[in-house]
Each structure stands twice: as structure tokens, then as C-alpha cells.
Ligand binder design. Structure first.
Ligand code: AHR
Length: 340
């Protein structure tokens, strides 16, 4: 069969235009180091994916899942851009996808604000945008649908877990001093987890949230912030870490400070994501519980894109299924079943 081909230009992020006028076809002389011309089988769905970065184990698992699902064998041509935790890079990537006339743009927005202009540009160009993982605070007609996790529910679940944990330990009337290592401020996962946990916090007059500091979802920043908090407060009973990597950083700060953590220690550590390394940390007795944030979006995203490409309708919001894990469970066996 004679299959039609279409051509697109791949422009590395460094040379993307920010003003978004027309793209000139690069001259052969200057183009070689800057772009690559590719032939794409017309039958493939061309998807431009703007990823936040590689800040955490979760993010890496998320990237792998997307890449494994959006393959040519599965009917896709994926253009993947890593924004290295910078919103301006994501904006540039989206503008470049528009210039490339991709079939769909998938955006995992680093923070919720600041997307109106570029998503309006995508809409004006007639390219549907799917938000994945994190939300954008824009009019609903600027995106087709959102696939993600219910971060507020995760935060609430963590709060209720702590309620029970303290009750079982006979500490439900005691003053409990807490600190929070927050994710990137303004990101959906940060907003949801902070708000969800705060709901439960408000119900307990004896829970005192002494300080919340941004740890940017990274292990290094988590450690730095935890060191600062340990210097400032002698009486921390609970640390809420808004992702596993910050929890690993917190443990890295607590141990050299000659403090102890985990189920047998002085400081209870609650975390989010449930990556494999968090199972190792629970098995080692360093952290108490982790609330799952499922990064395996690839198959569901592929299903959404195929449905749309066939002219079908999809739900405006789709949540991933999630649970939680703590040190009362058979973690060694569960860990073996985990894909990330
Ligand atoms: O948006 C999902 C969050 O982003 C994950 O909890 C975190 O690990 C990641 O960086």
C-alpha cells in the first residue's frame, strides 16, 4: 500500500521562537545543526508532549510510561520535550508544537498559573490540548480533558492515616508539632496535598503546623529545607513530605543531626508517590507511610488520544487509581509487584 507521508521539523528548545510569528523553513546551510527533518507516516497520531522535568523518581516513571505507550507500533509519533523545571521552556515547547502542526499537544504544567495566552494560541491553531498530571488554571474550553491524580484526596488520606496512627499510639490528646516540606509552590500536587492535609489538621486543635517550606519535589532541596527546620525546631514530631524524594532528603538531614525517624524513631515521616525507593525506606524503618500517586499514565493517555482521533468523546476529568502503604503491611511482597 502506498502510504502518504507528512513532514515536520524538530527544533530543539534552545532555538524556539518566543514571539510565535511564522517559522521560516531553515536554510540548508544553517539548518543542519539546529533541526532534523523527519518523515512521519500519515497514519500516526503526532503528539507533542511537554514534560515538567526529571525532578523525582515519580517523574521518571511517568516519562517512561508515556514513552512506552506513545510508540509508532501503537500508532503514535511522539515529540517529547523536557522543560527542566522551567515554565518558560514549557511555553516555548507548546509554541513549537503549534508551529510543527502536531495533531495533539499534551502538557504537564509545572504550576497552574500562566497558561492562558499559549493555550489560547493552541486553540486558535485548532490543536487540542490534553493536560496530564497537573492542571492549568484556565478556562475549561482551552483544554480538551485532564488526566491526573486526586492530590487533595491524597492529602486528606494522609491526615486520616495520622489520626489513626496517633490514636493507636495513645497520642491523640498530645500536642503534635509538625512541619511540611511542600512541593513546587503553585503545582497541582502541592496545592492539593497541602489543602487536603489542612482539612484534617483543622479538625485537631492539638496538631500544630509550625512551618511549611518549599522543597521543590527534589531530594536535594528536601534535605536542605529539613536541615533548616531541624536547626530551628527541637520538637518536631511529624514531617509531611509532599513527595517521596523530599522524604529521602529529610531522612538524609535527620540522621546526621542525630535524630531518629520512622516507626521506631522520634519523628514520624509521611510521604506521597509510593515509588520503589519509598518501599526500601519503609522496609529500612526510615519513613512511616507513603500515599500513592500513580505515574503510569501512558496506557490511559494513549486510549484518550485514540478515542479523540477517531472522533469519540472523552471524560473531561480522569483520575488514576491510588492507594497507600505503611509499615504495618507486608512491604517486601508488595514491593515485588510494583512497576515503578
Ligand atoms: O505532579 C506529581 C508530583 O510531581 C509527584 O508527586 C512528584 O514526585 C512529582 O515531581
Amino acid at each position: 500500500m502506498n502510504r502518504l507521508k507528512k513532514f515536520i521539523y524538530i527544533l530543539p528548545a534552545a532555538m524556539l521562537c518566543t514571539g510565535c510569528t511564522a517559522v521560516e523553513a531553515p536554510s540548508t546551510e544553517s539548518a543542519a545543526p539546529h533541526h532534523e527533518e523527519v518523515q512521519v507516516d500519515e497514519s500516526l497520531i503526532v503528539v507533542g508532549f511537554s514534560q515538567v522535568g526529571a525532578e523525582s523518581d515519580w517523574r521518571n516513571a511517568h516519562t517512561e510510561s508515556i514513552k512506552a505507550a506513545l510508540t509508532p507500533e501503537n500508532g503514535f509519533y511522539l515529540i517529547f520535550e523536557d522543560a527542566q523545571q522551567k515554565q518558560e521552556n514549557q511555553t516555548k515547547a507548546v509554541r513549537n508544537f503549534i508551529l510543527q502542526e502536531v495533531d495533539y499537544i499534551v502538557l504537564s504544567p509545572i504550576v497552574e498559573s500562566g497558561w492562558d495566552a499559549v493555550l489560547q494560541e493552541a486553540k486558535d491553531a485548532g490543536i487540542p490540548v490534553i493536560l496530564d498530571d497537573r492542571l492549568a488554571d484556565v478556562d475549561e474550553d482551552l483544554y480538551t480533558c485532564w488526566l491526573g491524580t486526586n492530590a487533595e484526596r491524597e492529602g486528606e488520606m494522609a491526615g486520616h492515616w495520622l489520626e489513626e496512627y496517633l490514636e493507636d499510639a495513645g497520642r491523640d490528646q498530645e500536642t503534635i508539632h509538625m512541619v511540611t516540606l511542600q512541593g513546587t509552590l503553585g503545582a497541582t500536587a502541592q496545592i492539593g496535598r497541602t489543602n487536603g492535609f489542612s482539612k484534617v489538621l483543622k479538625e485537631h486543635k492539638n496538631w500544630e503546623m509550625m512551618e511549611m517550606m518549599e522543597g521543590d519535589f527534589t531530594q536535594a532541596k528536601g534535605q536542605e529545607v529539613m536541615e533548616e527546620l531541624l536547626d530551628k525546631y527541637e520538637d518536631i514530631d511529624v514531617v509531611i513530605c509532599e513527595n517521596d524524594n523530599m522524604a529521602f532528603g529529610a531522612v538524609d538531614a535527620i540522621k546526621p543531626a542525630e535524630r531518629t525517624c520512622g516507626p521506631e524513631g522520634e519523628i514520624t515521616i509521611i510521604s506521597f508517590d509510593a515509588v520503589q525507593a519509598a518501599f526500601d525506606a519503609m522496609i529500612a524503618g526510615d519513613i512511616n507511610a507513603t500515599f500513592e500517586c500513580n505515574p503510569l499514565h501512558g496506557p490511559k493517555l494513549a486510549e484518550i488520544l485514540k478515542t479523540l482521533a477517531e472522533g469519540g468523546e472523552v471524560d473531561k476529568i480522569s483520575y488514576m487509581e491510588e492507594t497507600y502503604f505503611d509499615t504495618t503491611m507486608d512491604l517486601e511482597s508488595i514491593r515485588e509487584t510494583r512497576a515503578y
